[in-house]
Design a binder for this molecule. Structure first.
Ligand SMILES: [Zn+2]
Length: 121
């Protein structure tokens, strides 16, 4: 999941553009996996649900940064926390966007080592 691979065969990339920081083709996902035939957009609007996953990832990240700063810097200041947490969240948001889509699709499509190559998938 962390490497953004096809949920069914774990072999091909979930996104056409491998680098999440390249603007061109950022949202583009192949229609079907070329290896196993799994559709990436299972139904219209399927990835709206990934917004909830994205929210969870963001909140988890903000809490993790908060705890890390509390442990590593005894002289905690809210200004330092806000700059660090929001700056890192903005920096990581392209990856978190894609990660949330990968997590969301993995809720519904499970790994199948004996995937069939049927075009009906
Ligand atoms: Zn696949």
């Amino acid at each position: 999941m962390l490497f953004l691979k096809c949920p069914k065969c774990h072999e091909t990339d979930l996104f056409e553009q491998k680098n999440p920081y390249k603007v061109k083709g950022f949202f583009d996902m192949p229609y079907k996996c070329v290896n196993c035939g799994q559709k990436s957009d299972i139904e219209p609007g399927f990835f709206y649900g990934a917004m909830y996953v994205s929210y969870g990832i963001s909140v988890a990240w903000l809490i993790a940064v908060f705890v890390a700063i509390l442990v590593l810097y005894p002289a905690f200041s809210i200004e330092f926390y806000l700059v660090t947490a929001i700056g890192s969240l903005i920096g990581l948001s392209p990856y978190f966007f894609r990660l949330s889509r990968a997590i969301w699709v993995n809720f519904f499509v499970h790994y199948d080592k004996n995937f069939s190559k049927s075009p009906l998938n």
